[in-house]
Design a protein around this ligand. Structure first.
Ligand code: ATP
Ligand code: MG
Length: 469
């Protein structure tokens, strides 16, 4: 591979880099593009985030960029020698060339200014140690002191310096190693992987927010199971979701055994990732069976059962997601999908009646499609006959749901009669009775006694007014 990326750079980006270079020349300061942007260029991906290393004062340099070019208002982090701004479509970040001196007794390293090569040496992985020249003479030339280009070509993740020290200094790098292995589908080189195993316990000094941020990137990759298995085998996963690690293993009693919930879940996540890029829904896939180990019972007649795992699962999901600092919006969504995940397929065991479908549409509301995407991904049997049967059932529910929804519009259910009208027509004061009347109508609609319409609902109320006296 040539060590100039000149021909891979889009003219728009070239233009931005030329402008930045002009400012640096006037200020007599050296700057380089570094890190993920250069790595991704070599992988033929063009990002919108561009990191620059400034051999000098990044804050002052960014101030100069701001004075010279029509960029957004910069955000400065003087403590970290970092500044960022938006220019055209690009997010630009400027960092002082720095070295970090770690004292094991303290979490915060001492930061000192340095030159380009020392700055590259403190970066996490060889694939992230590349710098790119942006001077007109050598535009696109790569500075590659740790053979990063060759590691990118060979799809290898390794640290530029001694791995145990690298991870122990900043244990978030362990999560980042696994994140890159998953998103790029690279292998972590053996010595580096062993080092993660050896110092995995150090993850405890990292804030949950930063762990969750990397975890999300793993979940958002094309095949999250790669990262989840690595997190597990390196003893990282048990530090932030031990409940999931508990789902490993199969128990055999007589001729009965159950699925390994951990590996089933990995398969469900990979399957759902082919269908959706929604983090929320991928999290729901991760948690849908989380309570199976806790609710597992054995009966000689029926074998293994997991009664109530969706209810216990909802509670467990709630406490895990809170602990992992997910937003309330994500929490409520995932709880709901976990609670309802068995409902669609359970319907087919009975007869798929309109009223059962109506109730499900009402409960799932706008998340009905997502729920069905999970149910589809949840079909993982190795037995082709079973898969065929489940898929058939799935299709029955989908078909019926489309029919019922078209007719009854249950997903955006809003009572067809409003409280004020009820009070007026029946001469009632505000109070719990109004809620009861609305519930009475809701039930009648769900049961299919009346259609989801205003006039029909009122007629029904008039006919049954004796119930409210
Ligand atoms: P992406 O932006 O695609 O997630 P990236 O490699 O650009 O990946 P950033 O977090 O944007 O990651 O960081 C930019 C660069 O800073 C990295 O390429 C790496 O060189 C360096 N870096 C980031 N975090 C660390 C860390 N914890 N330890 C050492 N170097 C780091
Ligand atoms: Mg980046």
């Amino acid at each position: 591979m040539t060590n100039s990326l000149k021909n891979l750079i889009h003219p728009d980006i070239k233009h931005v880099l030329d402008e930045i270079y002009q400012v640096s020349r006037n200020q007599k300061i050296q700057i380089y593009v570094v890190g993920g942007f250069v790595r991704d260029l070599i992988l033929n991906k063009s990002g919108k985030d561009i990191d620059f290393v400034v051999i000098g004062d990044a804050i002052e340099f960014t101030q100069n960029i701001h004075n010279t070019l029509p960029v957004s208002e910069p955000v400065f982090f003087p403590k970290f020698g970092t500044a960022m701004l938006q220019y055209k479509n690009y997010h630009l970040e400027f960092v002082n060339a720095r070295e970090e001196l770690y004292d094991p007794s303290s979490r915060k390293p001492e930061v000192v200014q340095t030159d380009l090569l020392s700055d590259l040496s403190r970066r996490d992985f060889t694939i992230n140690t590349l710098a790119m020249d942006i001077t007109p003479k050598d535009f696109g030339k790569i500075i590659d002191p740790y053979n990063g280009i060759s590691d990118i070509k060979d799809k290898i993740i390794r640290t530029p310096l001694e791995p145990e020290k690298t991870f122990s200094d900043d244990p978030l790098r362990m999560m980042r190693a696994i994140r890159f292995a998953t998103t790029l589908n690279f292998k972590i080189e053996t010595i580096t992987l062993n080092a993660i195993n050896n110092v995995s316990q150090r993850l405890e000094i990292i804030s949950q927010e930063r762990i969750t941020d990397e975890f999300n990137k793993i979940l958002m990759s094309p095949q999250p199971s790669i990262g989840l298995e690595l997190l597990d085998s390196c003893n990282l996963l048990n530090q932030f979701i031990p409940e999931f690690v508990n789902a490993k293993g199969i128990e055999q009693k007589f001729e009965h055994h159950h699925k390994d919930v951990f590996y089933h879940t990995l398969q469900v996540i990979d399957q759902i990732s082919l269908q959706t890029d929604k983090l929320h829904l991928r999290l729901a896939a991760l948690f849908h069976d989380i309570a199976k180990p806790k609710t597992k019972r054995f009966s000689e007649e029926t074998g293994w059962t997991f009664h109530g795992h969706e209810v216990v699962g909802e509670k467990m999901t709630s406490s895990i997601l809170k602990r992992m600092k997910y937003s309330n919006e994500i929490l409520n969504y995932v709880k709901k999908i976990v609670r309802l995940h068995l409902r669609p397929m359970a319907l087919v065991n009975e007869e798929v009646t309109d009223s059962a479908i109506r109730r499900l549409l009402f409960l799932a509301g706008e998340d009905f499609e997502d729920l069905m995407v999970l149910c589809r991904a949840d079909i993982t049997s190795k037995n082709p006959k079973k898969v065929k049967k489940y898929l058939k059932n799935y299709e029955i529910v989908v078909k019926k749901a489309i029919e019922v929804e078209k007719r009854d519009h249950m997903r955006a259910f809003k009572s067809p009669v409003d409280g004020n009208e009820i009070m007026q027509k029946f001469n009632l004061e505000p109070g719990p009775i109004i809620g009861k009347i609305k519930k009475f109508i809701e039930e009648a609609i769900l049961e299919g006694t009346i259609p989801n319409e205003h006039d029909a609902a009122f007629e029904y109320l008039l006919k049954n007014r004796a119930c409210f006296k």
